[in-house]
Design a protein around this ligand. Sequence first.
Ligand code: UGA
Length: 434
Amino acid sequence: MKISVIGTGYVGLVTGTCLAETGNEVLCIDINEDKVKQMQNGVVPIYEPHLDVLFERNIKANRLRFSTSLKEGLDHGDIIFLALPTPEDEDGSADLSYVLGAAKDIGQIMDSYKVIVDKSTVPVGTADRVREAIAKETTVDFDVVSNPEFLREGFAVDDFLKPERIVVGSSSDRATQLMEKLYKPFVRSGNPIIIMDEKSAELTKYAANSFLATKITFMNEIANFCEKVGADVDKVRAGMGTDSRIGKRFLFPGIGYGGSCFPKDVKALHKSGKEHNYDFDILNAVIKVNDVQKKILIPRILSYFNNDLKGKTFAIWGLAFKPETDDIREAPSLYMIEELLEHGVNLNVFDPEAMPNVKRKFGDQLNFTSDMYQAIKDVDALIICTEWSIFRTPDFNKLKSNMKNLVIFDGRNLYDVNDIKAEGFHYSSIGRKS
Ligand code: UGA
């Protein structure tokens, strides 16, 4: 099939590349000329495991091409994916100006039947607004479909190629049939393509992300309470998660959820509720608890150092909002860094992928180190913000001979409490006895 993808951010690029992988002819459109040139030269502009292999293979096979021309995109594709940014507005709602702007342009250019697919995470009712924006500009026949993505950063290629489900919101049989044909190769295992109306599809995405954020936040509160009563959240998690109604995943407590999706989507659903006179009390609580959780280690760091951090040097391991990505959007590490700098702390930081992004934000306020052991040299404490695999089994002898104080504040519960204490460390983690 002939597919065009408008917007080559993380979602657009993964979508375009994976659709080319099943033999479709994909043209990706972006207004950023430098980026398009870069991609035409075979350079993947984002870090996402396994994407580079598929990218190269499909460019070579001439199934994946790039352009800055929207007109070329509309001439090429029978299905046009909109994978444009929907940033958070000042009031927490999703800013639809990119999506609606593209819809208007599409209406002006389109000269034959197209299926326009909303791939971006957009508020309920957006498919109708896109339809209106296009219809104002043209008399040509078209359909608008909502097809939310459920890709996790770091696992996006796998999630796209082997999805647990595909959600398609469509009120046109013609468009539904095309979408089913497009996605059939991805659900050979029997996983469903769930067809519904556009509004339900739009809400499904927000409901799924908000539910997961709520699940994590609930566990963070249980962890905080474990500390009060002397229980161990690892045990509680194992006891709860084996109930298949609850499930084992997304029950890991830590220093809060971050990223470009959960924080934005929870706020957007909350705001959307308000616009329809519905107060999502539960989401209000999730937002509030997560804001506090991101800084939960600060009071205990202060207490350990008798409220005087001035001139101390700490190492931070992990800056990305989660492992296997260089993304630092809403990363708990940023909140920690800001707070610790205010207290006059010197910070040595290390992350396998995210350091260039953090450098752009903090510049020389931080000491960027070339490996995890250089970061801990002569430090008063080590703080762990992201659970990269490389941090899970460090050489404790190196830590012991290089750190000034054997103190670890672990926001991701990487180590066994008894083991690390036996190594002689003061160890504070989330929801476990210290
Ligand atoms: C999330 C969803 O998982 C995807 O299904 C969705 O498509 C995507 O948002 C999106 O809307 O585009 P992502 O933001 O990449 O994916 O990251 P997750 O792996 O879901 O993690 C989100 C945050 O929750 C991270 O900060 C992570 O550290 C935190 N988390 C996750 C926990 O604190 N505990 C857990 O048990 C799991």
